[in-house]
Design a protein around this ligand. Structure first.
Ligand SMILES: Cc1ncc(COP(=O)(O)O)c(C=O)c1O
Length: 432
């Protein structure tokens, strides 16, 4: 007899189609979540070390109460006056450095990036956008053109050019470490020159300042600052996609770009912003916002409703009142030390990278050649699930373990993660 889960899977294939992404060889049928824990329909408990959308914890009571209270009072679009949007945006923009003092709200990260592209192209009067060669920034047609990682639109567009992911671990062929920064910058110059020669001009550079989808890379020191300067000198705008990296994920700062000495022209954000409620947006300077919206009226029916802003506010409350940035620093350090210990023990671990509550563990078959251990990364992810811990993979070869738990993750949870990793690596290493 087919189980309930198998029947549901078949019904899913019959309705969404079989190519809609679904995690795990045997999908997990979830029933509820609480804090850093998820529970399936059989009552099995999973430690969530993957999901960044439930940023302040699954079903956080502040967020749930904010939704309930505001939804039972008023929910309406932004063409009427309401204090929630103004209060929220004043608070949100205060977390940025000048001149980033104004915002526009959307429902998804893709819409936020689409809006940023429209603004940069309008303000610069140019078309060309520079991204990395393993990027994903969302799913609309224009944003799909940026998706050099796997989006079909990126294969044919003329308005997007990419540069190799700036990666101090793998580097570039025949380039010594001390020459890496300039070598990567040369690729930015090549893209700029090509856009100028083609008459498209440079509208901007759009990158995640954490290079998260690229594999949570460590980039050469000074690269981002100098790349931004090159783009600006060519008349382009610097857009940082903080959809994954923002809201204190990297610990010390609210925004990942604040680790660097460069203030962008536009920041895009989403995922953790509403803890699962669809809330996303952009932050820029008020002059940019006014210039763009005078030219192209922007209205988003569900972006910035009183409920959405109540939720955004509750997320900021939880981050502050539960000291979640500090927790990302201390627990992040604890996890990193544990991962570095595992690296001593297991040859499969080529590199351990971390920032705050975000960890990338790069698996290689050979530490000298750095051959990506894609199959082993997938095996580890599946084994971890059987040990009750959810993680995933990223990077151009899907060979980097992506560990990115909700922010209330504590050392006691880290111990469970690290023990499960040790078991999974032991099992997989025996096969290599
Ligand atoms: C860096 C980055 N930007 C943008 C997006 C798109 O966000 P959304 O799925 O909310 O449209 C994603 C989604 O994975 C992302 O990782």
């Amino acid at each position: 007899m087919e189980s309930q889960t198998e029947l549901l899977l078949q019904r899913r294939f019959n309705t969404i189609g079989k190519y809609s992404p679904l995690f795990y060889e045997q999908p997990i049928h979830l029933a509820r979540g609480e804090g850093v824990w998820l529970y399936d329909t059989d009552g099995n408990k999973f430690l969530d070390c993957y999901n960044n959308v439930p940023h302040v914890g699954h079903c956080n009571s502040r967020v749930v109460n904010a939704i309930t209270q505001q939804a039972s009072t008023l929910n309406i679009h932004t063409r009427y006056l309401h204090e929630n949007i103004v209060n929220y945006l004043e608070r949100l923009t205060s977390t940025f450095s000048e001149p980033l003092n104004a915002a526009m709200l959307t429902c998804t990260g893709s819409e936020a990036n689409e809006l940023a592209l429209r603004m940069a192209r309008f303000l610069s009067g140019s078309q060309g956008i520079i991204v990395t060669d393993a990027a994903y920034h969302g799913n609309t047609e224009a944003v799909g053109e940026l998706g050099t990682g796997f989006m079909p639109e990126a294969q044919t567009t003329k308005r997007v050019r990419s540069f190799p992911i700036p990666d101090t671990y793998r580097g570039l062929p025949n380039v010594p470490p001390e020459a890496l920064k300039d070598a990567y910058l040369k690729h930015i110059e090549v893209a700029i020159n090509a856009f100028q020669e083609e008459g498209l001009g440079v509208a901007g550079m759009l990158v995640c300042p954490d290079f998260a989808n690229e594999g949570l890379l460590n980039i050469p020191e000074g690269f981002l600052e100098e790349a931004a300067a090159l783009v600006r000198a060519a008349g382009g705008y610097v857009i940082f996609d903080e959809v994954q990296a923002g809201f204190g994920r990297t610990g010390k700062h609210m925004w990942a770009h604040q680790w660097y000495d460069v203030v962008p022209d536009i920041v895009t954000m989403g995922k953790p912003m509403g803890n699962g409620f669809p809330l996303a947006g952009i932050v820029s300077n008020l002059d940019n916002v006014n210039a763009f919206t005078k030219h192209a009226m922007y209205f988003n029916t569900f972006g910035g409703t009183p409920v959405a802003c109540a939720v955004g506010n509750a997320v900021l409350d939880a981050l502050e009142e539960d000291n979640l940035l500090e927790n990302a620093v201390t627990t992040g350090q604890y996890v990193t030390e544990g991962l570095l210990n595992l690296q001593q023990e297991f040859d499969l671990i080529g590199d351990v990278r971390s920032r705050g509550m975000f960890f990338g563990v790069e698996l290689v078959l050979d530490k000298t050649l750095k051959t990506p251990a894609k199959k082993q990364a997938k095996q580890i992810v599946n084994l971890m699930r059987h040990h009750g811990v959810l993680i995933s993979t990223i990077g151009p070869d899907d060979s980097v373990l992506k560990i990115r738990p909700p922010m209330p993750f504590k050392p006691e949870h880290a111990d469970i993660l690290l023990n499960a990793l040790a078991k999974a690596f032991t099992a997989v290493s025996e096969e290599v």
